[in-house]
Design a protein around this ligand. Structure first.
Ligand SMILES: C[S@@+](CC[C@H](N)C(=O)[O-])C[C@H]1O[C@@H](n2cnc3c(N)ncnc32)[C@H](O)[C@@H]1O
Length: 374
C-alpha cells in the first residue's frame, strides 16, 4: 500500500494546479496587488527563458571591444560599426541590445556611452575574464541532458581546455595551462578577498597559510590589510614557483614562504595559526575533499583555525548561483559540487575539527565563509 501524501505534498500539488490554470493566470494579471506579483514572476520566468541571449550580448560587448569604445564615448553607431567590424545595422542592433541590459546608454541622438552596468563591467577585468571563459561552459551545456547522461566520464570543453580536472588531482603538470587558469582566478580573487577581509577579523600577529592559493592574490590582499602577518602559500610546484618572486616583491620576502606541493600527496606545512582554503573545496568530490580537510586538520595545533571561503549552495537569496550555476559548471568540469554550509560544517567535524561557525559575508553570491577550530 502506498503512503498517504503529507500535507505539504498535497498543498504543493494543489498550488501548482492553480498556478498552471490559464483562468488563474488571466485573473492574476488583472487583480491589483496580485498583478504585480504575477508580473514579477512572469519577468523572472522570461529571464530564465532567454538568459542565454543576455549572456551572449555580454560576450559580444566584451569580445568585440565595444565596452572599451563606449568608455571613450560618446560615439556614433557608424564609428562603432567601423571599429568593431560590423555593418552599421548590426552595430545598431548590438548597441540597442546592450542598452536594454544597461551596458550602454544613448546620451544624445546617436551618441553612445557606457550605461551603469557597463561602467562597472568595463572597469572589472575579472568579470570580463569570466565572460570570455564561459564560452566553454555554454559549449558543454549546448545539450544539457546529454552532458548529464555522460556522467562526467568523458572530457568536456571545460575539462579539456584547462586540463583542469587533471590539475585538480595533481596529475597535470602542463604549466602553461595551469598558469593561464591561475591568472583567470586571480582576476576575480579581488572580490572574494574583499568579502573575506570585510567579514573575518584576523588576529593581527597571526600567521596565515593559503592552501591552493594560486598566484597569491588572496595572500597579497590579506597581507596588505594586516602588515604584521606572516604569510605562506601552498600550491602545485609550477604555480607556487611562478608566484614566489612577484609575491615577495609585493608583500615582502621576509614574511613570505612559498610551499610547492600537492595537497593530496604531501602534508600541509605546519606552524601556521590559520589555514585558508579559498574556492578549493567545491572543486572536489566528497572523498578527496575529506582527504584535504583531514590533511589541513593534521597540520594545525590546538587553537589553530581553518578559514574556508567559496560560493555555497542553498544560500538564501543566492540559490541560483549555487545549484543552477556552480552545480552545472562543476559537473561540466568533471569534479566537485557546490555544498551547503551545513554539509561543509559536517565534513569539517568529521575531519576532526571541534567546532565550526558560519561568518556572514556581505555578498554571498561571491563567497560565504566558515571558520573551523582545530
Ligand atoms: C580554483 S583555484 C583557486 C585559487 C585561489 N584560491 C583563488 O580563489 O583564486 C584552485 C587552485 O588550487 C591549486 N591546486 C589544484 N590541485 C592542487 C593540488 N593537488 N595541490 C595543490 N594545489 C592544487 C591550483 O593550482 C589552483 O591554484
Amino acid at each position: 500500500m502506498t503512503e498517504k501524501p503529507s500535507w505539504k505534498v498535497r498543498w504543493i500539488a494543489r498550488r501548482n494546479a492553480v498556478f498552471a490554470s490559464s483562468r488563474f493566470q488571466y485573473w492574476a494579471a488583472r487583480i491589483p496587488f496580485i498583478r504585480s506579483v504575477a508580473r514579477t514572476r512572469a519577468t523572472q520566468m522570461f529571464d530564465h527563458l532567454v538568459g542565454f541571449s543576455y549572456s551572449q550580448v555580454l560576450r559580444a560587448a566584451v569580445e568585440s571591444g565595444l565596452l572599451d569604445l563606449l568608455a571613450k564615448g560618446p560615439v556614433s553607431a557608424s564609428v562603432v560599426a567601423g571599429e568593431i567590424d560590423l555593418s552599421e545595422e548590426a552595430a545598431l542592433r548590438l548597441l540597442r541590445a546592450t542598452r536594454a541590459l544597461d551596458l550602454a546608454e544613448e546620451a544624445g541622438p546617436d551618441g553612445w556611452m557606457l550605461g551603469q552596468q557597463g561602467a562597472v563591467l568595463q572597469a572589472d577585468p575579472g568579470t570580463q575574464a569570466m565572460i570570455r571563459h564561459h564560452r566553454l561552459l555554454y559549449a558543454d551545456l549546448a545539450d544539457p541532458i546529454d552532458l548529464l547522461r555522460r556522467d562526467r566520464k568523458e572530457p568536456t570543453a571545460l575539462s579539456r581546455y584547462w586540463s583542469y580536472a587533471g590539475a585538480l588531482h595533481g596529475a597535470a603538470e602542463r604549466g602553461a595551462e595551469t598558469q593561464e587558469y591561475s591568472q583567470l582566478m586571480a582576476a576575480s580573487q579581488r572580490f572574494v578577498a574583499d568579502e573575506v577581509i570585510g567579514a573575518f577579523r584576523f588576529p593581527g600577529h597571526a600567521s596565515l597559510l593559503d592552501v591552493g592559493g594560486g598566484h597569491g592574490e588572496f595572500i597579497r590582499r590579506v597581507g596588505a590589510a594586516y602588515p604584521q602577518m606572516r604569510l605562506g602559500l601552498f600550491d602545485l610546484p609550477e604555480v607556487a614557483e611562478a608566484a614566489r618572486e612577484p609575491l615577495a616583491q609585493s608583500v615582502g620576502a621576509d614574511r613570505l614562504t612559498c610551499h610547492p606541493g600537492n595537497f593530496f600527496e604531501n602534508p600541509i606545512p605546519e606552524g601556521y595559526d590559520i589555514v585558508s582554503l579559498v574556492r578549493i573545496l567545491h572543486d572536489h568530490d566528497d572523498e578527496p575533499a575529506m582527504a584535504l580537510l583531514r590533511n589541513i586538520r593534521g597540520s594545525l595545533r590546538p587553537g589553530g583555525r581553518l578559514l574556508l571561503a567559496e560560493p555555497m549552495a542553498a544560500i538564501p537569496g543566492a540559490e541560483a548561483m549555487g545549484d543552477a550555476f556552480f552545480g552545472l559548471y562543476l559537473w561540466a568540469m568533471g569534479s566537485g559540487r557546490p555544498r551547503t554550509p551545513d554539509e561543509i560544517s559536517t565534513m569539517m567535524r568529521e575531519a576532526g575539527f571541534s567546532r565550526t561557525r558560519v561568518v556572514p559575508t556581505a555578498q554571498p553570491v561571491i563567497a560565504s565563509c566558515i571558520v573551523a577550530h582545530a
